[in-house]
Design a binder for this molecule. Structure first.
Ligand SMILES: Nc1ncnc2c1ncn2[C@@H]1O[C@H](COP(=O)(O)OP(=O)(O)OP(=O)(O)O)[C@@H](O)[C@H]1O
Ligand SMILES: O=P(O)(O)OC[C@H]1O[C@H](OP(=O)(O)OP(=O)(O)O)[C@H](O)[C@@H]1O
Ligand SMILES: [Mg+2]
Length: 394
């Protein structure tokens, strides 16, 4: 605890409570300082990795965020939920700040340009869909996925064909490939905006006679217009396909996508402060996303000892918590003597198992069950940080 004291003394207006269940200690800290309390060590690393070229000289670290489109608002919301609100003077200004990260500059860009600018060295970090990274990154080794599941922007890149005509009984990629119609002279015509991933997928799946055309949007119209036989596009609800009489086929999913945090390997290794900043962003993302869908459950239980109460709790499958229950004696004064007849237990429970947990708690004598949403779960070290260091060869 003493190591944490300097942070806690700064807290004029406590806004978060941090619990360390294994030590049974609870403290409150201000929003501004909570991350510092949880980061266990300084992450400055000196790396001796082979780098082919120098990066552009600048002091600030640049994070690219989608300037418009369906990823834009959700990205800002995620950052806000992680106490990393983006301060933009007005919506048409493309540069912004995150006050919590003083050495970072936010640049709003179109998603594909974020990937291009990571590769050109004009951005260091970015948040975009995995589909965009895969299409415009084209497997470039300088791009590193730092967080692969930011839990929004879910969609899949999928091949779709008409429900009617010669495709009526075609339901799989294999059946599509085996159709006698496709020849050198008359190949399968696919309309797509994914002109890198599309041909790669077809080649990998042994479809020989295929030709691609491209358009920027509303691809679902192409088959009915007679421009294409099939389309390769993003699907989420499936409504656009359905409304245009198209269907997905078995084996036709090229990629499952969601928003990811991506970085330039070169920047992480060479740019001063880039790795530390990435670590902080990653920790905040992980802590927030892990806590999503979890609740803290507190209940009082009568018992002879902490161990006995813990044993009862652990006998129930939904009550194990993250690392087991925290059990604390609740002291009261009876006949002039201080005794502990009750024990307070604290556990984390996934949203899905919430009601079952309450039932199990009651069954073993739990009363006064309090439930509150969890804001952050900081692990000792984020698993993705380890992975990142190993990808960087550190
Ligand atoms: N239907 C969808 N449902 C969920 N996420 C989607 C869907 N379509 C696209 N996305 C995700 O949102 C990202 C951005 O899509 P959006 O349509 O906003 O921009 P874009 O088409 O890449 O760019 P622009 O239209 O400006 O050229 C996609 O790369 C994908 O990751
Ligand atoms: O499965 P659904 O939920 O119907 O979503 C799929 C549609 O969403 C995207 O288009 P977008 O709305 O970005 O328009 P665009 O074609 O102009 O890019 C995608 O290109 C599909 O057309
Ligand atoms: Mg679009």
């Amino acid at each position: 605890m003493s190591l944490l004291q300097p942070y806690f003394q700064q807290c004029a207006s406590p806004a978060f409570s941090i619990s360390f269940p294994s030590h049974s200690c609870y403290v409150s800290v201000s929003k501004r300082t909570f991350i510092s309390c949880c980061s266990s060590q300084s992450q400055t690393a000196i790396v001796d990795a082979p780098i082919d070229s120098k990066i552009a000289e600048r002091d600030e670290i640049r994070l690219g965020l989608p300037s418009k489109g369906r990823m834009a608002a959700d990205t800002l919301d995620l950052l806000k939920d992680c106490q990393l609100s983006v301060k933009q003077v007005n919506p048409r200004q493309y540069v912004a700040q995150i006050p919590q990260l003083s050495n970072l500059e936010v640049w709003f860009q179109r998603p594909k340009d974020i990937v291009r600018k990571l590769l050109s060295g004009d951005l260091d970090l970015g948040i975009v869909g995995l589909d965009t990274v895969s299409e415009y990154g084209q497997g470039n080794e300088d791009l590193i996925i730092v967080h692969d599941a930011l839990e929004y922007g879910d969609c899949r890149l999928s091949l779709a064909i008409p429900k009617y005509g010669i495709f009526e009984n075609i339901n799989s990629l294999r059946e599509l490939a085996e159709m006698p119609q496709w020849t050198v002279e008359k190949p399968l015509r696919v309309a797509t905006g994914f002109t890198y991933l599309g041909p790669k997928f077809m080649k990998e799946n042994g479809l020989k006679h295929v030709i691609f055309s491209t358009a920027d949007g509303a691809l679902e119209a192409a088959p009915a217009m007679g421009i294409a036989d099939a389309i390769l596009d993003l699907v989420s609800s499936g409504t656009t396909l359905r409304e245009n009489n198209l269907k997905e086929i078995e084996g036709g999913v090229v990629l499952e996508s969601q928003a990811v945090l991506v970085a330039s390997r070169k920047a992480l290794i060479q740019r001063k402060g880039a790795l530390d900043t990435t670590h902080e962003i990653l920790e905040r993302f992980e802590a927030h996303l892990r806590a999503l869908g979890q609740f803290t459950v507190t209940a009082n239980m009568r018992g002879g000892s902490g161990e006995e109460v813990a044993e009862r709790v652990l006998s129930q499958p939904s009550l194990a918590g993250l690392q087991g229950p925290t059990v604390c004696p609740v002291f009261c004064k009876r006949d002039g003597k201080v005794t502990a007849d009750y024990y307070a237990i604290v556990i984390c429970v996934p949203k899905k198992a919430l009601y079952k947990s309450v039932q199990q708690l009651r069954a073993i004598g739990g009363s006064g069950v309090l439930i509150s949403p969890l804001t952050y779960i900081f692990d000792e070290e984020t698993p993705r940080w380890r992975e990142l260091l190993s990808k960087l060869g550190i």
